[in-house]
Design a protein around this ligand. Structure first.
Ligand code: PLP
Length: 286
């Protein structure tokens, strides 16, 4: 369907050997949405669906070499960033990103779904500060938004104000997508929010998209998948609003179809492969 394009996406993230989150979730998402993606690994995590036992950040030079070798050869229009892991890695990435002209979507992964931290202690602000002024799109959940903005987000109004405040701190930032899963946990629906700079005057516009909340344990990797889907849909549409609407709908469909899965003993993963089996149905929705 998209075979003629020479451009590609590159995901930069940590590895989850259980296949639910990280670079594995990213590649599954890009594949099921018909977008070619390369993958540079920042950290190796040791985990299963029950939680993260430990992780090892790779050497910053090794990560830099992976990325530069790909960028020198393949025309990459979109970079998606997930788990960074250490300030040294963030610094190495920020040097590369400063030169990169395309779209940079950052999912500011801080904590795994099972509650384990995915960065060195107290490194969260250093990592964010290295990256925030280089990226074009940020996709935080409630906790990540609270950390980055230093503002409590007890309700959607506060979350929107916190997200809006980030544009003043980040010159290249064009859009913030606040994922809704943790915003109103008691609600029977999930509402995602898009804030974006609109042409020509750069005023901040807001869009929201609501989907049903499903009772399911299979939510491991939803943050990674959301950010990858947004990247893929933006690659395909070159439009933040369209990418946002399609991503929110895709997440609703994917979470629904994944509820039937029973993988592992902890927080179950999403079943991207179930959508690959029903590609006809999926194409119609995209
Ligand atoms: N990246 C890696 C490598 C992870 O291991 C995890 C969670 O375990 C995440 C990102 C974040 O996962 P989620 O999408 O569930 O927030």
């Amino acid at each position: 369907m998209h075979g003629k394009s020479r451009k590609a996406v590159l995901t930069i993230a940590g590895s989850d050997p259980s296949g639910g989150a990280g670079i594995q979730a990213d590649l599954k998402t890009f594949t099921v949405l018909g977008v070619y993606a390369g993958a540079a690994i920042t950290c190796l995590t040791v985990q299963n669906t029950r939680g993260v036992l430990y992780y090892k950040p790779l050497a910053a030079d090794l990560i830099k070499d992976q990325i530069m070798t790909v960028l020198e050869d393949i025309e990459v229009s979109h970079i998606k960033i997930g788990m960074v892991g250490s300030p040294e890695i963030a610094y190495a990435l920020s040097e590369i990103l400063a030169e990169f002209q395309g779209e940079i979507v950052y999912d500011p992964v801080l904590v795994a779904s099972a509650g384990n931290a995915l960065h060195q202690e107290d490194a969260c602000h250093e990592i964010i500060n290295q990256l925030l002024d280089k990226i074009t799109v940020l996709t935080p959940n409630r906790t990540e938004l609270e950390n980055i903005s230093n503002q409590a987000c007890p309700d959607p109004t506060a979350a929107l104000a916190a997200a809006a405040s980030l544009f003043k701190r980040a010159d290249r930032l064009q859009a913030v997508v606040v994922t809704g899963g943790h915003l109103e946990p008691q609600s029977s629906t999930v509402t995602d929010h898009l804030l974006y700079r609109s042409a020509p005057d750069g005023t901040i516009q807001i869009k929201s998209a609501t989907r049903p909340r499903l009772a399911t344990n299979n939510l491991h990797g939803t943050g990674c998948t959301f950010a990858s889907a947004f990247t893929a849909y933006h690659y395909l549409s070159n439009n933040y609003e369209i990418a946002f609407e399609q991503t929110s709908r895709f997440m609703g469909d994917l979470i629904k179809i994944s509820a039937q899965l029973s993988i592992g003993h902890g927080i179950g993963p999403l079943g991207h492969h179930l959508l690959a089996l029903s590609s006809e149905r999926h194409d119609r929705k995209a």
